[in-house]
Structure formats: C-alpha cells, structure tokens
Design a protein around this ligand. Structure first.
Ligand SMILES: NC(=O)c1ccc[n+]([C@@H]2O[C@H](COP(=O)([O-])OP(=O)(O)OC[C@H]3O[C@@H](n4cnc5c(N)ncnc54)[C@H](O)[C@@H]3O)[C@@H](O)[C@H]2O)c1
Length: 246
C-alpha cells in the first residue's frame, strides 16, 4: 500500500474530486480526517463500515481559529500528520462588473485563505518531523483564466498555484514537499452545472476528446502525495486531456 499509516487531512473531501481522493487514499492504507461544511455522517459510516479509519469535523475553514482548533485536535489524537490536501473550493460565475464585493471575498476566503489557514496550522507539525507533503487542488484556470469567465475563481486558483511554489521553497529545507494539481473538465457536481452547449464546446477543445474522471485526479493526487514523487516540489500538474500543454 502506497500510503500505509499516513495521516491525511482533506478539506471538503466528501464529494467530487475530494471524495475520490479520500476513497483512494483510504484504500492505500491512509488514515483520513475531513474538514467539512456540513454533517457527512452517512458518508463516514459507509467508509468506517468497510473498515477504513476516517473521521469528519464540521469546520468553517474560512475561520482560522476553528481551523487551528480542529487540526490541533486531529493531530494530537493521531500523534502527528503527514499530508494536507487543500481541496475545498467554490465558484462564482459573475463577471467583474456584476460581482458583489461579498461574492469576490467569499471565493477568496474558501479557495485561497482557507488553504493558507490549513497550511499554517499543519506546517509546525510537518516541519518539526521533517517530513510530509501539502497538495493544493488548483485548476487550469490558474494558468489561462477561467473558461466559464469566472474571474474570482480563476484569480483564486492562480493565487493557489503561486502559494504552492512559495510554500515549496519555504518548506524544502524541512523535507516537506508542496505541489498542486490543475484539473480541467472533470465530471463532478461543479461541472454538472454547465449547459450541454458549454460541455460540447469544452470537449471539442480537449485533444483526448472527453472529460476526465475524479478517479484520474485521485491517481495523480496519490502519486504526488506518495514517496514516488519524493523529488517533486513546487509543481502544478496538469490533468486536462491535453487541453493546455505548458
Ligand atoms: N470539476 C472540475 O472540472 C474541476 C476543474 C478544476 C479544478 N477543480 C477543483 O477541484 C476541487 C474539487 O472540486 P469538485 O469539482 O470536486 O467540486 P465540488 O463542488 O463537487 O466539491 C467542492 C468541495 O468543497 C467543499 N467546500 C466548499 N466550500 C467549503 C467550505 N467553506 N468549507 C468546507 N468545505 C467546503 C464542498 O463541500 C465540496 O466537498 C476544487 O478545488 C475545484 O476548484 C475542479
């Protein structure tokens, strides 16, 4: 098993890409704690019934005090932590002129600030043990702007990719790796909101001619989180069927 006994914290890991990462990491031997918005007891029960070690804590990840309290409690119970996955995100589809200041800040709070808060809470443990990894779920929008013309979302993902590089440099002396994934056109509830026309248009621009699956994203997350990626840090890996090659 590629993550045997690894202790993993994932934000919003109860559906979509986060859920696939949670399930894949558990199958590879990890213990997982989710920081979630709402009660996800049925999901947790489904997994614990299968014998997996998984828990969820309802946490407002846009509130640093709550994040710190939740992460400290999880890590103290485990006696350490090895992997943080900053996965949770929201999207707001208004253009700049239509977007309220509140909507802009909400996107930044969940997509950027929460990643900073979770990292800030986890880093003292990782750097003290001189091992571990942080994985940020960014987006192709970080590199070429959001394809659904959602400026706050694209900007937030650009910030996350830059945060990844900055943190990778800061934590390298402690042997802590920081990477990101930039998916595009993955079948989830987020992309289910697209119109049929939008979906066709998106697929027509993808050389592999289809959308991606959450399992394909989870496979890349597993690689980056495991020791197989031990010399990779500061990288943002494309998962996009060839849509963007950079
Ligand atoms: N689906 C795609 O095509 C695609 C493409 C590029 C990037 N991504 C990124 O992948 C990640 C997962 O997206 P997804 O498609 O699975 O979306 P999703 O909407 O299905 O899942 C997002 C998750 O974030 C959680 N979340 C949102 N706000 C939260 C908060 N305040 N506190 C805690 N959890 C919160 C949700 O509960 C949910 O579990 C996101 O970072 C997203 O930006 C997705």
């Amino acid at each position: 098993m590629r993550l045997a006994n690894k202790r993993v914290i994932i934000t919003g890991g109860n559906r979509g890409i986060g859920r696939a990462i949670t399930e894949r990491f558990l199958k590879e031997g990890a213990r997982v704690a989710l920081l979630v918005r709402r009660d996800v007891s049925p999901f947790i029960k489904e997994l614990t019934d299968k014998g997996y070690s998984v828990q969820a804590r309802q946490t407002d990840i846009t509130d640093y005090e709550q994040v710190k309290q939740a992460i400290d409690a999880i890590v103290q119970a485990w006696g350490g932590v090895d992997i943080l996955v900053n996965n949770a995100a929201i999207i707001s589809r208004e253009g700049v002129l239509d977007m309220s200041l509140k909507a802009w800040h909400e996107v930044m709070d969940v997509n950027v600030n929460a990643a900073f808060y979770c990292s800030k809470a986890v880093i003292p443990y990782l750097s003290a043990q001189r091992s571990g990894t942080i994985l940020n779920i960014s987006s192709v929008a970080a590199k070429c702007g959001d394809i659904t013309a959602a400026p706050a979302y694209g900007t937030s993902k650009g910030a996350l990719t830059t945060f990844t590089r900055s943190l990778a440099r800061q934590l390298a002396p402690y042997q802590v790796r920081v990477n990101a994934i930039a998916p595009h056109a993955i079948v989830t509830e987020m992309s289910a909101q697209w119109s049929d026309e939008k979906r066709k248009q998106v697929i027509s621009a993808i050389p592999l001619g289809r959308m991606g699956t959450v399992e394909e994203v989870a496979s890349t997350a597993l690689f980056l989180a495991s020791n197989e990626a031990s010399f990779i840090t500061g990288e943002t890996v494309n998962i996009n069927g060839g849509y963007l090659m950079d």
